[in-house]
Design a protein around this ligand. Structure first.
Ligand code: SF4
Length: 284
């Protein structure tokens, strides 16, 4: 695996639910086609030249040394560190990445710094060791579908959905805090699915983040996308309230200028039902 050297690692994130973050790898073998915002940004800033290069991650080999120095400087300012907004800390097929992620989490925890993580890969069993890893850490997975055909098209190199959920459940069963990012959630013209099926699979988690799909023209091609995202946000909020789960709906997902209100979505026929509109159903 290719390696690079960096001068700094920890930085304050601008993401709405982030604090400090670490990107100890450039690139990601999952190669998602939603598209991947991290890839788009990395390409724009010249960190990678192509999608093919993005698929071959490079590890920051001096991560732990930099971290020693930066923790000393920043410790009092950090409330938690997120791994990662610009790569996947437990990407499939790269045990070196997982090993470095584990070492980073352990180092931060030993310095009293809590860690949150997010992956489309699988969590290693090593994390179940409560001596090495802080019980307050929050482990998350991204899960926007249960449809393996959709996965083949949009995140073909990530872990399969069933295994991903199971690896998170293991951490939950061991007493760790868990969360799911249902983002970027696709519209029905991209995949015909029932959001409630996804929610029911992850009802054990402590927190759910929900957000719309951006940077994909298929979303706005779906005539009722604003109504659809308002409807889905409402479903997430109600589900979380019923199951005592914390939630965060990402900015821009709920919009006030959607002319109609959706009362229901029928997966079998791919129909949206409106409450305040004469048209009862719209087929795509
Ligand atoms: S897992 Fe995340 S960082 Fe990796 S390609 Fe997919 S969206 Fe991008």
């Amino acid at each position: 695996m290719d390696k690079i050297i960096r001068k700094s690692l920890l930085y304050k994130s601008g993401v709405e639910y982030g604090d400090y973050t670490i990107n100890h790898v450039i690139g990601c073998s999952h190669g998602c086609n939603f598209p991947c915002y991290a890839f788009m940004l990395s390409k724009r800033f010249g960190r990678v030249k192509s999608y093919e290069e993005w698929l071959k991650p490079k590890i920051v080999s001096n991560s732990l040394e930099i971290l020693d120095k930066e923790i000393l400087k920043l410790k009092d300012k950090i409330s938690f560190v997120h791994l990662s907004f610009m790569t996947d800390p437990f990407m499939m097929g790269h045990p070196e990445v997982a090993k470095l992620s584990l070492d980073i989490i352990e180092k931060l925890n030993r310095n009293g710094i809590k860690v949150t993580t997010l992956t489309k890969g699988l969590y290693p069993d090593a994390l179940l060791n409560k001596t090495n890893y802080d019980i307050d850490n929050e482990y998350g997975i991204t899960l926007v579908s249960l449809d393996e055909n959709f996965k083949k098209l949009y995140e073909s190199y990530s872990s399969n959905y069933k295994d991903r959920i199971e690896s998170l459940k293991k951490l939950h069963n061991a007493g760790f805090k868990t969360w799911v990012s249902i983002e970027p959630y696709p519209t029905p013209n991209i995949v015909n699915q029932d959001l409630k099926d996804i929610l029911n699979e992850i009802s054990f988690v402590d927190k759910i983040v929900f957000g719309r799909l951006n940077y994909n023209k298929k979303v706005s091609e779906y005539l009722w996308y604003k109504e659809f995202y308002n409807y889905c946000s409402d479903i997430v909020i109600k589900f979380c309230e019923q199951h005592n789960i914390m939630y965060h709906i990402k900015d821009g997902t709920i919009t006030g200028d959607a002319p109609y209100i959706v009362a229901g979505y029928k997966k079998d026929t791919c129909e949206l039902f409106f409450t305040n509109k004469k048209v009862v159903s719209i087929k795509h």
